[in-house]
Design a protein around this ligand. Structure first.
Ligand SMILES: NC(=O)c1ccc[n+]([C@@H]2O[C@H](COP(=O)([O-])OP(=O)(O)OC[C@H]3O[C@@H](n4cnc5c(N)ncnc54)[C@H](OP(=O)(O)O)[C@@H]3O)[C@@H](O)[C@H]2O)c1
Length: 224
């Protein structure tokens, strides 16, 4: 892997979706090489073409999820919680030794505005248990609305809480967060703390409905 972070190749699995394609767009715009992963490589290629048209450059490529995870230096998983266990099992062999960023939020439809704690306490703790200790799992972006990521050329005004047990892996993700205009990375502690960060998202979804807004996010005060 190069020391220049922008030489990193990032795979976003579920990058055809709302949150994932927003992250792809932002990182590609910032100069990273980005791969979209999908269950269907053709669907990933179509989404990559769409984003390359927006970007005005051929930066993004589409592959199937396992190929994308195998080719990348760093893997971001952005799929619904219902697909989370299956996708983690499918990439386990190809992500050993890599940093994996989990964006998933456990939700229990239709009660998506009520906190749901899954059996393994959090999606990212479940991911770490599946992938094993050689994978450096980082939990991030759970509180960042896709609506804002998709607003190309507009900054994303929010903090991103980052949880993980490996300091170097967290530092890599801080750089990816701060490559997106307006975002600030906040070290929120070990992976165990992701229980609280993931649980904040149903609270934000409640706030969206209650106050008739889209994409409520968070800012931590008192750090300046
Ligand atoms: N949307 C937001 O604002 C937001 C904000 C913060 C966090 N999140 C979290 O980010 C994750 C992705 O959210 P999203 O809104 O982007 O979801 P989404 O658009 O509904 O789905 C993302 C992608 O996941 C893949 N997928 C869907 N069902 C699958 C299945 N059963 N098995 C395997 N892959 C499947 C699909 O890709 P292919 O069909 O191409 O395989 C889809 O494009 C979720 O865990 C969500 O809680 C979302």
């Amino acid at each position: 892997m190069s020391n220049d972070p922008k030489v990193l190749t990032i795979a976003v699995l579920g990058g055809t979706g709302k949150e994932g394609s927003g992250l792809v767009l932002r990182w590609a715009e910032s100069g990273y090489r980005v791969l979209i992963g999908s269950r269907d490589a053709a669907r990933a290629a179509i989404k990559a073409d769409e984003l390359n048209t927006i970007l005005g450059e051929d930066i993004v490529r589409g592959l199937d999820n396992v190929q994308a995870a195998a080719e990348a230096d760093l893997v971001v998983v952005s799929v619904p919680y219902t697909a989370h266990k299956e996708i983690m099992e499918s990439i386990k062999d190809v992500v050993q030794g890599k940093v994996v960023v989990d964006v998933a939020v456990p939700l229990n439809p239709p009660a998506v505005r009520t906190v749901y704690i899954p059996e393994g306490k959090s999606a990212s703790l479940e991911a770490q248990a599946i992938l094993g200790e050689r994978v450096k799992l980082v939990a991030a972006f759970q509180n960042v609305s896709a609506v804002h990521l998709q607003e190309y050329k507009h900054g994303v005004n929010c903090d991103v809480l980052v949880c993980g047990d490996d300091a170097d892996a967290k530092n890599e993700i801080f750089q990816l967060i701060e490559a997106i205009e307006g975002m600030r990375a906040i070290d929120a502690g070990p992976l165990a703390n992701a229980v609280a960060v993931e649980a904040l998202t149903p609270v934000l979804l409640y706030i969206n409905k209650r106050y008739k807004v889209v994409g409520a996010g968070i800012r931590i005060t008192g750090l300046e």
